[in-house]
Write a protein that binds this ligand. Structure first.
Ligand SMILES: Nc1ncnc2c1ncn2[C@@H]1O[C@H](COP(=O)(O)OP(=O)(O)OP(=O)(O)O)[C@@H](O)[C@H]1O
Ligand SMILES: [Mg+2]
Length: 498
């Protein structure tokens, strides 16, 4: 049994309409035919009821059949229209096809005999077109919904199809990219990219992959063969993903992982080396006591031992600090007092090196911080400043409390300065410009680690030949223990112990 189809016929010839109705009803009773001699009434019927096929005569009263066809196609673009013309009007039939008619019929011979078949055929064709359009729209929606960049290209790298995301990236409309070279549009190049995976896919008919670095970005590019029904490989799909952030994160993770391992390793080694160092230092001390003072060359050698033991233990302390995760011993501290104690450790060294210290310390800077952490920060910054002034100079030490209550510590020198290209690496672990044995490159890394895990900030200003300023901001903090009584407990314990 045939599907019932509603057919609308517009033809000004009443006799013709009658014949049509009778013939069609006889040949295919499932065609429900409505006939209109007046084009306006036909249009009215179309807007009120759903029809499956329209049969439209070319010669109509007061209106050109082609105009009416265009009106119908504008309002119902997927409704199949069969255009009917008289003999000698074949050219008009071709124009009607161009304007969207599904088929045409020339009124000649026994054309009525096959009209029902033409109607069914036009309907089937329209149904198929609808299905194709629906799947095309679905595919396009899918294509455009993908958040990676997708394009289809031919063997000459001409873009054939591109998704919305890709077009947005280059700030163009997808249609404007069709026909242009992939490498020009996306990478602003005049020739294909080296190791282009599409080129490989066209050669091998296999999928391919490339990690590409371009403009400080990292891309992953996959290419897939797109074989036609005839088996020819005329097109390939390019799937491009920007992975810059992911890459950075991966590198960071690897770096963190390395650092954790290094931390465990170095704290183990540091503990092991501390003991022999203590023994060396004790032995040196003993020798310095028993060797008569007039044997100066021996005392000089002992000084060399002392200096190097000191250097080795500083490296060990750095390594231990490096592996330390938390500031366990935060307490109320006097910032200036800690700075003074740190300075006292190295003041002699500074005098020898002809370095003058200028203090601009705001009194009464009490905060809640790990004293060892602050000692590490100030010692590393001051040592760096000293090392930057081999010919002597001035070291400025400044402390103050800013309007938000944060503590600000400045260590400034009049030394060699830092080349701009080194600024970005300063806080990286093991970055050093000092000769092997003199610097581990951990000083600023540790400073930065302590400052940032306490919610602070560190800034550098430097000019080659003029000097460097390190400004550390430690956020205002009050003791969490005061509230829960821990400090009071501690005081009580101290009082009992005393
Ligand atoms: N005040 C400064 N003036 C000039 N360069 C500096 C200054 N502070 C740091 N630098 C540069 O930054 C690098 C890294 O400093 P950092 O303190 O991390 O390591 P280091 O001093 O080389 O070794 P370490 O501190 O472990 O003994 C130094 O090698 C130096 O090039
Ligand atoms: Mg240093």
């Amino acid at each position: 049994m045939n599907e019932t189809l509603n057919v609308l016929v517009i033809d000004d010839n009443q006799d013709q309409l009658e014949v049509l109705r009778i013939v069609l009803g006889k040949r295919d009773p499932d065609l429900k035919v409505e006939v209109y001699a007046d084009p306006a009434a036909g249009l009215q019927a179309l807007s009120e009821k759903s029809f499956d096929v329209v049969l439209l005569d070319y010669s109509l009263p007061g209106v050109n059949g082609l105009d009416l066809l265009r009106q119908i196609k504008d309002r119902w673009p997927h409704l199949p229209v069969i255009f009917v013309t008289g003999q000698g009007n074949e050219k008009i039939a071709v124009a009607a096809m161009r304007d969207g008619a599904h088929d045409y019929i020339i009124k000649e011979g026994d054309y009525l005999k096959f009209l029902h078949k033409t109607i069914r055929h036009a309907h089937e064709k329209a149904q198929l077109e609808k299905q194709i359009l629906t799947s095309k729209l679905r595919l396009q929606a899918l294509f455009d919904g993908i958040q990676d960049f997708i394009s289809v290209q031919d063997r000459e790298f001409n873009v054939v199809m591109v998704n919305r995301k890709f077009a947005d990236w280059v700030e163009e409309e997808p249609d404007a990219l069709v026909g242009r070279k992939c490498y020009e549009v996306y990478f602003k190049r005049s020739e294909p990219c080296e190791n282009c995976p599409l080129q490989a896919t066209f050669q091998t008919r296999q999928k391919d992959f490339l990690e590409m670095h371009h403009d400080n970005e990292v891309f992953h590019i996959w290419s897939y063969p797109m074989t036609g029904l005839d088996g020819h490989l005329d097109f390939a799909i390019e799937h491009l993903r920007r992975v810059t952030d992911q890459k950075r994160m991966e590198e960071q993770l690897i770096q963190n992982d390395k650092l954790v391992t290094l931390g465990i390793l170095s704290s183990g080694i540091a503990h092991e080396i501390r003991n022999p160092l203590n023994i060396i230092e004790a032995a040196r001390y003993y020798l310095s006591e028993v060797i008569p003072p007039e044997e100066t060359d021996k005392h000089e050698k002992l000084m060399i031992i002392r200096k190097n033991v000191y250097r080795a233990s500083r490296i060990i302390n750095n390594l231990l600090e490096f592996s330390r995760k938390k500031d366990m011993d935060a307490q109320e501290i006097d910032v200036n007092a800690i700075l003074e104690k740190t300075l006292a450790l190295i003041e002699k060294e500074m005098r020898v090196r002809d370095i003058e210290v200028v203090r601009e310390l705001e009194p009464g800077l009490i905060t809640y911080f790990d004293p060892d952490g602050l000692r590490q920060i100030s010692l590393n910054l001051i040592l760096n400043a000293i090392q930057a002034m081999p010919e002597g100079g001035t070291l400025y030490l400044r402390t103050r409390r800013d309007e938000s209550g944060n503590i600000c510590l400045e260590v400034e020198d009049t030394g060699i300065g830092i080349p701009p290209e080194n600024l970005k690496n300063l806080f990286a672990p093991f970055f050093t410009t000092k000769p092997i044995g003199e610097g581990t490159g951990l000083g600023l890394y540790i400073v930065n680690a302590i400052v940032s895990r306490n919610g602070g900030e560190i800034k550098v200003e430097s000019e080659i030949g003029k000097g460097t300023l390190f400004r550390v901001m430690l956020p205002r903090k009050s003791s969490p223990d005061v509230a829960n009584g821990k400090l009071i407990e501690n005081h009580r314990a101290e009082a009992i112990n005393a």
